[in-house]
Design a protein around this ligand. Sequence first.
Ligand code: NDP
Length: 286
Amino acid sequence: MATILDGKALASEIRGDVALKVSELSQKYGRAPHLAVILVGEDPASQVYVRNKAIACEKAGIRNTTVNMPESTPEAELLAEIGRLNKADDVDGILVQLPLPGHICEDKVIEAIDKEKDVDGFHPLNVAGLWQKTPHIEPCTPMGVMMLLDAYNIDPKGKRAVVVGRSKIVGLPVAKMLLDRNATVTLCHTRTVNLADEVRRAEILIAAAGRPRMITGDMIAPGAVVIDVGINRDPQTGKLCGDVDFDTAAEKASAITPVPGGVGPMTIACLLLNTLRCFQRRLGDL
Ligand code: NDP
């Protein structure tokens, strides 16, 4: 039976460590790290994500401000709000919840965030830092994946890693991080000719396609490590599920993340870590 890579437990450990450091630094500097989250519109899923981030901040002693803006907010107004938060001395991290309403250009918005406060790691200069190996803020989900591998002593060096999905926020950065750790990386996408064959070659599989249970046990090599980033609704039951069919994959894998309780909690823990690090960098205490 596969080892369960328990993201929930590891995330809880990280959150505990962050809380300790936040408490120490809050006493030393007379204020806590401060994360500002902007939510434009009333998308129910985004509201849940923003609320969960606020709760996680609160538990870690990180100050959180949520800026709610109406769906009809003009792009210029959002950019002005970001400008205000960039200048605010007591704001250490800024996160704009995506997706944004269609009339707002996401790239423009991300670019407007001060790269030193870009806790999501999406700013072009932080992305460039990842690809050029210069100092940068890492995107939370790929960072969480790598921390999970490290926590279970899974070394990507020399392994065949297959990443399914090439999005800017998950697939591409996680592939680069695996490459930097000396894995031999294959990136798959919708035009990959024989996905099953590619996946079967994986010693480490990262599934980030957003397709419920697309990867089944027959596609998993015996002993593979399976990291399921997908968060989907099962079309039949309406319950949360990953991109991997957990039960059949767990019969073949040596280690596997559950959904929920795998990568998801790690993403939030990494957001807290990034906020703490932004705070420390701004104070020259890192
Ligand atoms: P995107 O929709 O931006 O990207 C999906 C990628 O998967 C694309 O590159 C797409 O290929 C590829 N893809 C889709 N269908 C297939 C298929 N049938 N075969 C091969 N490749 C396919 O998604 P995200 O990267 O934003 O998210 C992926 C999943 O991860 C989602 O379920 C999302 O909810 C989840 N997620 C989870 C997080 C967490 O904290 N655990 C955080 C972020 C996302 P192409 O480029 O050719 O279109």
